[in-house]
Design a binder for this molecule. Structure first.
Ligand SMILES: Nc1ncnc2c1ncn2[C@@H]1O[C@H](COP(=O)(O)OP(=O)(O)OP(=O)(O)O)[C@@H](O)[C@H]1O
Ligand SMILES: [Mg+2]
Length: 369
């Protein structure tokens, strides 16, 4: 197990494209780091540089306190799991898992013990004598993971390992990976563009865009206090709502239905942005039906402000019903209780709780407060 430190790392490909523009990230021994961001933002490039499969154009990468810029991949003590599992088709699961051990001249009886322990950990003892063609996608992915675990590396690198699996299997494997991390205490860097995987798996998340880390923090920090509009809109499902308006009379002046409603803000937020034009960010769970809001208020949580809207569309998810409506010309998403019985085309009174709202500067798109 090892810590990982990335300092001022840049990548310029031979064609002159600068795809990483100075990356700084630090994770402690045993931490689970998620690299998340849209397609082409440089996640795999960074992972490949940690693995030693790509050269570092500038900056330093250290594993366990040792700079590895010039250390060849096989000497870095890492194991990598890719999106395509790349199992050897002619070998059994057992042979696939022990292949790397054979190369490293681990004695045969020791190999057997390791394979059995790994198979037990991943609950695939019954699959050991099958060939990859006789396995489901999820089972193959588990074998690829087993091959990585068998090596007992200082650092695990995963590049979108679940993206080939169907939705149900993804959720199951996500939980397995998390349990595995809890059990092994391994240091992991995990690339995904799935923000739910990012939120649920990571101890730390680095949200990337265009070769720049937009924010690095715990999932809760990133969810509650996104540094800028990009991070705010990228993390969270359904996405955060954004409304333009002005800070006035201690609140956010919302233009809606030909009138202005002042939604009270916590005093420290209102004071910070007094008189300013802002973008208000509010998550769907903080806009709800009036009854649910009253129930919350009774528990002493907050005093919501109600706004009358017309329901455009609903999405019942089971525990909640998502309500889509238009406020001040913008489509917004709200999380209501099913008993509020929202109906498309009908009016609904929505309660806005701004105690967890965030404000962004419309020009810089950075969070003000
Ligand atoms: N060998 C290369 N030469 C030049 N440009 C490259 C090379 N490999 C990748 N790129 C470019 O670098 C950028 C980052 O690519 P990378 O594969 O790291 O993105 P990613 O974040 O992993 O995306 P995805 O989510 O689609 O896998 C892209 O614009 C890509 O086109
Ligand atoms: Mg990639």
């Amino acid at each position: 197990m090892a810590s990982l430190s990335i300092r001022g790392v840049r990548k310029v490909y031979p064609n002159g494209a600068e795809v990483l523009k100075g990356i700084d990230l630090d994770i402690a021994d045993g931490e689970f780091l998620i690299l998340v961001g849209g397609s082409g933002c440089g996640k795999s490039t960074l992972l490949n540089m940690i693995a030693g499969l790509e050269t570092v154009s500038a900056g330093q990468i250290a594993i366990g306190g040792k700079v590895v810029n010039d250390v060849p991949p096989k000497s870095r003590d890492i194991a990598m799991v890719f999106q395509s599992y790349a199992l050897y088709p002619t070998m059994t699961v057992r042979e696939n898992i022990s292949f790397g051990l054979g190369i490293r001249k681990v004695p045969k009886n020791e190999q057997k013990k390791i394979v059995e322990r790994v198979a037990d950990t991943l609950q695939m003892t019954h699959l050991l004598d099958r060939k990859p063609a006789m396995l489901s996608g999820g089972q193959r992915q588990r074998v690829a993971m087993g091959r990585a675990i068998a090596r007992d590396p200082a650092l695990f690198l995963f590049d979108e390992p679940l993206s080939n699996l169907d939705a149900k299997l993804r959720v199951e494997m996500r939980a397995e990976i998390k349990l595995l991390h809890q059990r092994l205490g391994s240091t992991i860097v995990y690339v995904t563009h799935d923000q739910i995987e990012a939120m649920t798996l990571g101890d730390k998340i680095a949200v990337m865009k265009d070769g720049v880390v937009q924010q690095f923090g715990t999932p809760q920090q990133i969810y509650d206090r996104p540094d800028n509009l990009f991070v705010a809109s990228f993390i969270g499902s359904p996405s955060m709502n954004f409304l333009r308006g002005r800070i006035d009379a201690g609140g956010f002046a919302l233009e809606h239905g030909g009138a202005t409603t002042v939604l009270p803000l916590p005093p420290e937020l209102a004071a910070l942005a007094r008189g300013a034009d802002v973008i208000l960010g509010i998550r769907p769970e903080h806009i709800t039906d009036a009854d649910s809001a009253r129930a919350g208020a009774r528990a002493g949580a907050y005093q919501p402000t109600t706004v009358d809207c017309v329901v455009q569309m609903i999405e019942p998810t089971g525990p909640d019903t998502l309500v889509f409506t238009v406020v001040n010309g913008v489509r917004i998403t709200c999380r209501t209780h099913p008993r509020a019985a929202a109906v498309a085309g009908q009016p609904l009174t929505l309660a806005f709780d701004l105690s967890k709202a965030v404000l962004f500067d419309p020009a810089t798109e950075q969070r003000i407060a």
